[in-house]
Design a protein around this ligand. Structure first.
Ligand SMILES: Nc1ncnc2c1ncn2[C@@H]1O[C@H](COP(=O)(O)OP(=O)(O)OP(=O)(O)O)[C@@H](O)[C@H]1O
Length: 255
């Protein structure tokens, strides 16, 4: 993926802390300018609340369009060739209810399998085994509203993976999971490129141990890339940066 001179300006009453006015009156600049070419198989995006992480990854499948500049994914312009980009890019939302569209767990996965499994019975048996693989065995008839938050988050991931995406973008994919499932899902996600199940994984997270395992990690601050390094180095830089700002505020009596 490639971001060239990308900025995102969004409507806003007044710029918040760390934000600049956008190019048009009444807008704030929430991202950019950003120039990046990312080829690494596993890429983490970390940073403070409101720094612009979700906005950055939403650019990758056209959920957010840049106000200026260009986002290229698999050689396609994400804002112009959105349908083609979305056909290749799976997106896992932080809130699974945003993306689960069918009434039951089994039906949601079956919907994702409709392109690759033509017959209904094939779709059903593939859905049952995918549910098992994600710790949701026996829940195919369960309403998506009667699943726990963590079960829903795993279902959302299973449904997106069922579409065989070339690139998987996951926005805080483990926020609702218990410790065991956090570790399972992190292992699964990080292994995807290596096992050929998708070519590239891009994820946002506040879990720094997870981020440290990525080959490349982008630290976002106030809508800009503040640091860009291999996972362990970027996480070390981020911890140090946050701690020293915190110390500075404490010493000046601001917190
Ligand atoms: N549709 C929108 N309209 C106006 N402002 C928005 C919109 N979406 C996001 N923003 C603002 O853009 C900034 C970046 O938001 P974003 O969701 O990208 O942050 P984030 O780094 O993912 O935060 P978090 O860690 O809290 O999820 C925030 O100030 C947010 O309030």
């Amino acid at each position: 993926m490639r971001l060239r001179d990308v900025v995102v300006d969004l409507p806003g009453a007044a710029p918040g802390p760390g934000q600049q006015p956008g190019g048009e009156a009444g807008t704030v600049r929430v991202l950019g300018p950003i120039n990046l070419t990312v080829t690494e198989p596993t890429v983490a995006v970390i940073g403070a609340n409101g720094s612009g992480k979700s906005t950055l990854v939403r650019l990758l499948n056209g959920l957010v369009a840049p106000s200026a500049g260009a986002v290229t994914v698999h050689g396609l312009d994400a804002a112009r060739d959105t349908a083609a980009v979305r056909a290749r890019t799976g997106f896992v939302f932080t809130d699974p209810l945003v993306q689960l569209v069918m009434p039951t767990a089994g039906e949601d996965i079956e919907l994702s399998l409709r392109r690759t499994h033509r017959s209904r019975s094939d779709r059903h048996s593939a859905a049952v085994s995918l549910l098992e693989e994600h710790g949701l065995g026996g829940l195919e008839h369960r309403s998506i509203y009667d699943l726990s938050g963590g079960q829903r988050q795993r279902l959302a991931l299973a449904s997106v993976l069922a579409t065989d995406p070339v690139m998987l973008v996951a926005d805080e994919p483990t926020t609702l999971l218990d410790l065991q499932w956090t570790l399972e899902v992190e292992d699964l996600l990080l292994s995807l490129p290596g096992t050929g199940r998708c070519a590239q994984l891009v994820f946002t997270t506040h879990d720094l141990e997870f981020a440290a395992q990525a080959e490349r990690c982008l630290v976002v601050a106030d809508g800009r890339i503040a640091h860009d390094a291999p996972g362990p180095d970027a996480v070390r830089w981020y911890r140090h940066d946050v701690a020293s700002r915190h110390r500075g505020r404490r010493e000046s009596g601001q917190s």
